[in-house]
Every structure is written in structure tokens, then in C-alpha cells.
Design a protein around this ligand. Structure first.
Ligand code: NAD
Length: 375
């Protein structure tokens, strides 16, 4: 009997992605797996059941979970979903473990082997499995589109019989995966783009996309290619200097993050007060509280003529391609563990071990084990 791999419709409010999209079905079958899909699993992404060729369509999530040997998810399952899963099965998804300690306990107690995709080490070999990168790229693209949509101005320069229109000025703060995609998209729409990041390594990347790099003389390279948190003095200098640039922006897109920390507050009220009327802020860091002190995560507000948009789960707003990229990341991860149709996880592999949360009734991630035991 082949192992059964399954995806149900996501239960989280507003989630439109699906963990298995039609593009990976043949690859899953080539791995020797039988694919089960809940009817309507792709409906929020407008992916019809008929697009899933060669799979077994199942009428309800509980029926699907009772059969599945391996469950793929976009967001963490509810405890109700975990209760329906088979003891000893495998779960892979963006499990958001630091905010889901009760879920980890439930997975441990049910002896489910669970993998949190966001814990995969960000080494070169694992780039094709990196959901943080793939979904950040989607969000960065969409942020530029949102900025253009909410703006009172055109992005491109237009030369028309009715006069010449100057291009919009877009400033992007944080030039990681999302920021670089926002820069590229805003440039394609014809805006003048400037960008800033505390990691000096980003200067060349920003310039290669045709944007101007804002130099503030603060360098904050941290471990593993990430930024470190700034000192109070550095934060003050950064805010003051950036405010001068931001005063002339039509659209400001903020994407700055420090792993494991709340989003750094880079745009205080005073910077917003200095912005042009009709300017737009797209705060992509809203998930971590936002880079702008006035942002209200999940809401759009207007403050003294400036629109501050702080969307959550932006990747879900481009559900077809976000699902396609996410599913491909999962497939690449699975390929490490499925040999001749059998599940054979090698825990000496740092990618597999790094992502593993629970196994054999234990929380195997040290940090999370301590948190779960303390909770
Ligand atoms: P992230 O989402 O953690 O942060 C976004 C950006 O915000 C980063 O570029 C960071 O430097 C910047 N930032 C943080 N604090 C700031 C501040 N106070 N002011 C301005 N900018 C600030 O980062 P990310 O996009 O997930 O990844 C960052 C980098 O990690 C990538 O560009 C890359 O170099 C590396 N990376 C490596 C791999 C891999 O090898 N598998 C995969 C993804 C990313």
C-alpha cells in the first residue's frame, strides 16, 4: 500500500493558499505516494477540484486526516484537526511554533512527527525549501502593487498631450527578500525608488535593481546574514536621518525585521507627521507589530493625510502563485525524506533535524521543548 499524503482546505480565517497545488501532483506520485485532497481545498485560490488530476478527492477533512500518513498544511492545524490525525503520522507546514505551544503538546502527545518549515536552516542547500523566502517574495511584490493602488499618483513618468507627469518616489526600508521584490516591482511600474537597509551587503543588490541606496553610516550585520538589533543611539540616528528622505516619498514600503524580535520601530509618529499629504505607507512588518509606530496590524488608517496600510498574511492575497511556490518548497523538503515510496527521515541531516519539532512522543527542538515544559 503506498503512503498517503494529504492536504485539506485551510481552516485559518482569510487563508486562501493550499499546501498541495496541482503542479506538484505528478512529482508526489513519482515519489511513490498516493495523493488525497479534500474537496474544495483549492477553492479560495480559484483552483478547482478538477485541476487535481490523478488524486483521490475526499469529502471531509476528518475523513482525510484519518487516512493520511503525511499531512501537508499551509498554516498550523487547529487542535481539533490534530485530534483527527492518525497517531504516528507526519505533519509538515508553517507551524508558527513559538506562538503555538499548546499545538506542540498535542502533536507530541499524539506521537505525530511534525516539521515546521520556518525552522529549516537557511543554508544554500535548503534554499529551494525556504518558505520564508518564497512567501516574502510574494508579499514584496504585492506591497508595491498595494502602494500603487492606494497612491494618489501614477508610479511611472508619463509624457502626454495633457502634460508630463513626474514619476512617483517610492522608498523601501529593509532590502531582504521582500524588500528587494518590492523594489523590483516598483521599478517595473516606473517609480523612482530609493532603499535602505542596515546590512551594507544589500547596497549592491539595491543598485542592481536600478534603485538608489540610502547611506546612513550605520552597519548592523548580525549572525547568519541577518541584521542585529540597533543600539538606542543608532536607532535615534537612523530615525532622524531617514525622516529627511521619507519627507519627499509618495509611497513608503517597510519590510524590516530582526529574527525572533518584534519588528523594529523605524518610523515614529514624528516621521509620519513630516510626510506629504496623500503619501502612503505599506507596513509589511505588521505581522511583528509593524515598523511604523502608528500601524494597526490588519487595518488601514489615515493619519494627518497619510494612509497607513498594515496588511497581514499578504502572500495569501496572491494565492495561486504563493501556493505554487509553497507547495514546491514542501515537495523539495519531502524529496529528502521519501525513498522508494517509504518515509525515511535521516536525522543526521541538519535540514531535517533543524525543522523537526516533535517525534516519538518528544519535543525534539531544544528551545521549544523548554518553552513547552515551562508553559
Ligand atoms: P528579514 O525578513 O529578517 O528582514 C528583512 C530586512 O530588514 C533584512 O534585509 C534586514 O537586514 C532588514 N532590517 C532589519 N532591521 C533593520 C533596521 N533597523 N533598519 C533597516 N533594515 C533593517 O530578512 P530576510 O529577507 O528573510 O533575509 C535577509 C537575508 O538573509 C537575505 O537577504 C539573505 O542574505 C539571507 N537569506 C539567506 C537564505 C539562504 O541562504 N537560504 C535564504 C533567505 C535569506
Amino acid at each position: 500500500m503506498p503512503l498517503k499524503i494529504a492536504a485539506a482546505k485551510e481552516r485559518a480565517a482569510g487563508e486562501r493558499r493550499v499546501a498541495i497545488d496541482p503542479s506538484i501532483i505528478n512529482k508526489l506520485k513519482q515519489l511513490g505516494l498516493e495523493v488525497l485532497i479534500e474537496r474544495g481545498a483549492g477553492s479560495a485560490a480559484q483552483i478547482e477540484d478538477s485541476a487535481y488530476q490523478g488524486v483521490t478527492l475526499i469529502d471531509s477533512a476528518s475523513n482525510l486526516y484519518q487516512q493520511a500518513d503525511i499531512v501537508l498544511k499551509v498554516q498550523a492545524p487547529t487542535t481539533e484537526e490534530v485530534a483527527q490525525m492518525k497517531a504516528g503520522s507526519v505533519l509538515i507546514g508553517a507551524l508558527n511554533p513559538y506562538n503555538n505551544l499548546e499545538l506542540i503538546k498535542a502533536l507530541r502527545d499524539k506521537k505525530i512527527t511534525s516539521y515546521a518549515m520556518e525552522l529549516i536552516p537557511r543554508i544554500s542547500r535548503a534554499q529551494s525549501m525556504d518558505i520564508l523566502s518564497s512567501q516574502a517574495a510574494v508579499a514584496g511584490y504585492k506591497a508595491a502593487i498595494m502602494g500603487a493602488d492606494l497612491s494618489t499618483r501614477f508610479f511611472p513618468m508619463l509624457t502626454t498631450a495633457a502634460g508630463t507627469i513626474r514619476p512617483a518616489k517610492v522608498i523601501v526600508i529593509g532590502a531582504g527578500v521582500a524588500g528587494l521584490q518590492a523594489i523590483a516591482t516598483a521599478r517595473r511600474l516606473g517609480a523612482m525608488v530609493e532603499a535602505y537597509d542596515v546590512r551594507s551587503a544589500t547596497k549592491e543588490q539595491v543598485q542592481s535593481l536600478g534603485a538608489k541606496f540610502i547611506e546612513l553610516g550605520i552597519s548592523a550585520e548580525g549572525a547568519g546574514g541577518y541584521a542585529r538589533e540597533l543600539t538606542d543611539e543608532e536607532k535615534r540616528k537612523q530615525q532622524e536621518e531617514l525622516a529627511k528622505h521619507i519627507a519627499s516619498a509618495d509611497v513608503l514600503i517597510t519590510t524590516a525585521a530582526v529574527p525572533g524580535r518584534p519588528s523594529p520601530k523605524i518610523i515614529p509618529d514624528s516621521t509620519v507627521a513630516g510626510m506629504k499629504k496623500g503619501a502612503v505607507i505599506i507596513d509589511l512588518a505588521a505581522e511583528g507589530g509593524g515598523n511604523c509606530s502608528l500601524s494597526q496590524p490588519g487595518a488601514t488608517i489615515e493619519h494627518q493625510g497619510v494612509i497607513i496600510h498594515a496588511p497581514l498574511n499578504v502572500a495569501s492575497q496572491v494565492p495561486v502563485h504563493a501556493s505554487e511556490m509553497y507547495a514546491k518548497n514542501l515537495l523539495n523538503f519531502l524529496t529528502l525524506m521519501i525513498k522508494n515510496g517509504e518515509y525515511q527521515a535521516d536525522f543526521n541531516d541538519e535540514v531535517i533535524a533543524g525543522a523537526c519539532l516533535t517525534r516519538d512522543g518528544l519535543v525534539v527542538n531544544e528551545t521549544l521543548r523548554k518553552l513547552v515544559e515551562g508553559a
